[in-house]
Design a protein around this ligand. Structure first.
Ligand SMILES: NC(=O)c1ccc[n+]([C@@H]2O[C@H](COP(=O)([O-])OP(=O)(O)OC[C@H]3O[C@@H](n4cnc5c(N)ncnc54)[C@H](O)[C@@H]3O)[C@@H](O)[C@H]2O)c1
Ligand SMILES: [Zn+2]
Ligand SMILES: [Zn+2]
Length: 376
């Protein structure tokens, strides 16, 4: 079929993106679904800071690629051998699936699956197929999802069924922002009631961590950002305190609030200053959980002797260290119960024409999650 999609041909074009237009809105051919694949009509797709990083060229991609890695839609057709889904099912599209058979997958760490990592790096589906093309030239899949398009062919592991009561604009956010932020709290940090948490970087991911820390029963939840316009909502959604990262005394302020530092500092800004803050505000024996990502190859400094002497832990967490089929239904239930009010993070919806402009808005920190509606 022919459909409209957003294609990235070149990384590193200069901002403002409204002028340089790195994402080309084009008519693209989509084939399939083949055996073991599913055709999804994409109704909503979220704009994540990682999209911005890839447009900026911080992490190399196989090009040209149809962008987008979180989304929600309706299953329209299933390929031979697919039994878990049927046409009409509402689904979330997510990145954290695995092959189901390797050591990582059987130990509930599908985000580390080698097969998925390799197919993602090549821009292919996990089946090894490539279903996207334009004018005879093959286009690559983004993380096996490619949700900045009217339709997507993907594999069942990428999909999680969603209750039709959840609006598509909300469901889309579960694919990355929710699973990354909430999963970091529940799976990586494993926050227990009464513990203290700081979230450095109150973006789409950070806000989900704040809400999850509240569900986990954290007694102190400190939100830290360079942009104080985030603070009012952060307090409504769970922060007991907010601190400006621009304040020279930010680290002392957090240490004072928490009698020496937090049990868990979640780095969700993707910046070196954010990481320095996260390290400094973590108490002895505490953990710094790194979710934000800068350029691949970047080295981050940390005080090694102090790390040893204070028994701190620095840990990475990808896609909330999730098992999508286990975690997303739970997080969607929290949403339906009103405990994870993801709809509060929505900064409006838009069509393809405004996609590049909205990259600029995300870069300026003006927004939380903006939603692309590929069908207008
Ligand atoms: N590990 C993963 O699996 C994963 C998944 C999704 C996103 N990410 C990464 O997580 C990060 C956050 O993504 P997002 O979509 O929420 O981004 P976002 O742009 O919505 O939010 C980032 C926030 O960090 C704030 N910030 C910037 N510098 C800061 C500093 N020095 N101190 C405190 N706050 C600061 C910004 O003002 C903004 O509010 C990005 O780096 C993204 O690439 C990682
Ligand atoms: Zn993302
Ligand atoms: Zn695997």
């Amino acid at each position: 079929m022919q459909m409209t999609a957003a294609v990235l041909y070149e990384q590193g074009l200069p901002a403002p993106y409204a002028d340089s237009q790195p994402l080309k809105i084009e008519q693209v051919a989509l084939e399939g679904p083949g055996e073991g694949e599913v055709l999804v009509e994409v109704r909503s797709a979220g704009l994540c800071h990682s999209d911005l990083s890839q447009v900026a060229g911080l992490r190399k991609r196989t090009l040209p690629v149809v962008m987008g890695h979180e989304g929600a839609g309706i299953v329209r057709e299933v390929g031979r051998g697919v039994t878990a889904f049927k046409p009409g099912d509402h689904v979330v599209m997510t990145v954290g699936s695995g092959c189901g058979a390797c050591d990582y997958c059987v130990n509930s760490r599908p985000v580390l699956c080698d097969l998925v990592g390799a197919s993602r790096a090549k821009g292919l589906l996990m089946t090894g197929a490539r279903r996207l093309a334009r004018g005879g030239m093959g286009l690559f899949h983004h993380s096996g999802v490619s949700s900045f398009a009217q339709y997507a062919v993907t594999v069942p592991g990428t999909l999680v069924k969603a209750d039709p009561a959840i609006p598509f604009d909300v469901a889309a956010l579960f694919g990355c922002a929710v699973v990354t932020g909430a999963g970091c709290v529940f799976n990586a940090a494993k926050v227990r009631p009464g513990q203290s948490v700081a979230v450095v970087g109150l973006g789409g991911v950070g806000f989900n961590a704040v809400m999850a820390a509240r569900i986990a029963g954290a007694s102190t939840i400190v939100g830290i950002d360079i942009n104080p316009s985030k603070f009012a909502l952060a307090r409504e959604l769970g922060c007991t305190h907010t601190v400006s990262a621009r304040d020279d005394n930010a680290v002392e302020a957090v240490r004072d609030l928490t009698r020496g530092g937090v049990d868990f500092a979640l780095e969700m800004s993707g910046s070196k200053p954010g990481m320095a803050t996260a390290y400094a505000i973590t108490r002895k024996g505490g953990e710094i959980i790194c979710v934000g990502m800068g350029a691949s190859g970047d080295m981050y400094p940390y005080p090694h002797t102090a790390l040893v002497g204070e028994e701190k832990v620095i840990r990475g967490s990808l896609m909330g260290s999730c098992v999508p089929q286990r975690d997303l239904p739970l997080y969607m239930r929290y949403y339906l119960e009103g405990r994870l009010p993801v709809e509060r993070l929505m900064s409006g919806s838009f069509g393809f024409d405004d996609l590049n402009l909205n990259l600029d808005r995300l870069e300026h920190g003006e927004v939380l999650r903006q939603i692309l509606r590929p069908h207008g």
